[in-house]
Design a protein around this ligand. Structure first.
Ligand SMILES: *[C@@H]1O[C@H](CO)[C@@H](O)[C@H](O)[C@H]1NC(C)=O
Ligand SMILES: *[C@@H]1O[C@H](CO)[C@@H](O)[C@H](O)[C@H]1NC(C)=O
Ligand SMILES: *[C@@H]1O[C@H](CO)[C@@H](O)[C@H](O)[C@H]1NC(C)=O
Length: 473
């Protein structure tokens, strides 16, 4: 083992020791109350009629996911009217017309995030029903589930078409090409990009949707019927323009082909040149024409990498691994997920994606993060927390116990990050974007404090509450 390999581990151990000597119980209760207040303030400040003030489509989706995760973390003694209020907000935003028609202008990853959200809400409806069995809202859940499931199925059916086998031996494309092909038939390979996040979402949604609903879905309401009709019509006339027809039957949940797509997608990512020397995912890969010799015709090779390394890409694949573990019971998927988390933790120590164990986006220090980038750290905590839920389904008792053991070991790292985020709070209670040691000079840089920096800060706090409650040391 080289010295530079040992260093990160020594630092990991130091962080663990420092974090372990902190008293737990009192600070735990204080932390919980403080987190409650932050969420209350956040909702008051940022909820707008039908959406989130200042958020984009996808950052609003991950924010709603954070809210569902927050609701799910509420114990039995939770204020029921508050739970209902937040739940109603999140649901009404997801049942807006935009959820469905966004596919006309957005890229595959955008509505991939929406599907991920819809699936989380669907799952939460079952928790809600268990907690509040005899309420009028519980009585309405079957209808709500049908509508959420229709939307998830509709958007996922579109996203399935992002996978193209003829280029790069597979992989999901970022843009919706079939739509553009109607308008500009001469689309070239340069406009094709197979990026990490779209593929993580494709894999994760395939794995999660498999078990998300047990029934047939059909459109209800004007917009649903209209988009569904357009889609069926599109599938029928597509062959006239050289496209494939695709199946016309309604979307099938619990179809093992969904799990097959997820594993195929994971294998494709493993075999594609998407990793740096430190096993970190780069942003993506695109094809180009290459002429091997003057007398052969050019062929397409996929080797133009988008080299940017972002935090969220390192763990956005966890959902696929979690749901595949659940569906197959195989420990291999689970191990790969924990490996990805440990690899990210190491990157927050080595300087690749942070220092001193504190997560850092490469744009954080210069203070030039875009709106998207400001939300990436929040996605990390959302996904790591999601991954550390208990495994049910076919996994053996050993595998489940090992999972809990691994997750427990992340608690100090989560605590370090939540504390770092908390130290950036200004006098209005807003989180800064950069949580590193030198954040004082940079937290106002770039876009400053936004709904996305709130999202990231809150996600770290919620993760800490979850880890302290679930894996008390
Ligand atoms: C419960 O939540 C509602 C709605 O957010 C709020 O008005 C009320 O004061 C809360 N009650 C308690 C006891 O916290
Ligand atoms: C931010 O600034 C740094 C340093 O000037 C530069 O290297 C980096 O590319 C910029 N990042 C973005 C996202 O603009
Ligand atoms: C931050 O800014 C203050 C005042 O401008 C300066 O004294 C300090 O050295 C800066 N710190 C860092 C880490 O750049």
């Amino acid at each position: 083992m080289h010295l530079h390999r040992i260093w990160p581990h020594l630092l990991s151990i130091t962080i663990c020791i420092v974090a372990l000597v902190q008293p737990n119980t009192e600070s735990g209760i204080e932390q919980t109350l403080w987190v409650e207040e932050r969420f209350d303030d956040f909702i008051l400040a940022y909820w707008a009629k039908g959406g989130w003030k200042g958020a984009s489509s996808w950052t609003g989706d991950v924010l709603s996911r954070l809210m569902v995760s927050y609701l799910s973390s509420q114990g039995e003694v939770a204020n029921h009217s508050k739970v209902n209020e937040i739940f109603a907000h999140v649901v009404s935003r997801s049942l807006s017309a935009w959820t469905l028609i966004q596919y006309l202008t957005q890229a595959n990853d955008d509505f991939g995030w929406t599907v991920a959200l819809l699936l989380e809400i669907l799952e939460y409806t079952h928790e809600y029903e268990k907690r509040y069995p005899d309420t009028s809202s519980s009585a309405r859940l079957p209808i709500l589930r049908g509508r959420l499931a229709f939307r998830a199925a509709f958007l996922h059916d579109l996203m399935i078409e992002s996978w193209t086998a003829e280029l790069c031996h597979g992989g999901a494309e970022w843009y919706v090409r079939t739509r553009r092909r109607f308008v500009w038939p001469s689309l070239g390979v340069r406009e094709i990009y197979k990026n990490t996040i779209t593929n993580h979402l494709y894999n994760g949604n395939n794995a999660q949707i498999y078990n998300a609903y047990d029934g047939a879905v059909f459109p209800v309401g004007v917009i649903e019927i209209a988009v569904h009709g357009l889609r069926v019509l599109g599938k029928i006339i597509r062959p006239l323009f050289g496209g494939s027809r695709g199946h016309l039957r309604l979307f099938q949940f619990a179809d093992v082909a969904l799990l097959g797509r997820a594993t195929k997608g994971i294998n494709w990512m493993d075999q594609t040149d998407l990793l740096t020397e430190d096993s970190l995912y780069v942003d993506g890969i695109r094809p180009r024409f290459k002429q091997f010799s003057p007398d052969t015709s050019p062929t397409v090779v996929c080797d133009v990498r988008g080299e940017a390394v972002f935090t969220y890409n390192q763990v956005a694949g966890l959902r696929a691994l979690y749901f595949l573990t659940q569906a197959t019971g195989k420990g291999e998927f689970l191990r790969n997920g924990h490996h990805a988390i440990q690899n990210l933790i190491d990157a927050t120590i080595s300087g690749n994606l942070g220092w001193d164990g504190i997560l850092e986006e490469n744009c954080d220090r210069p203070g030039n993060c875009s709106q998207d980038m400001q939300a990436f750290k929040g996605v990390v905590f959302l996904e790591v927390q999601r991954y550390c839920r208990a495994i049910s389904g076919d996994a053996t008792r050993e595998i489940r116990a090992w999972h809990v053991d691994q997750c427990r070991q992340y608690t100090p790292w989560i605590r370090t990050n939540a504390a770092a985020a908390r130290s950036t709070i200004d006098n209005k209670g807003a989180f800064g974007g950069y949580w590193g040691i030198k954040h004082v000079n940079h937290s106002q840089g770039g876009r400053g404090r936004t709904i996305e920096t709130q999202f990231s800060g809150l996600a770290a706090q919620l993760a800490l509450s979850f880890f302290e409650k679930s894996f008390s040391e």
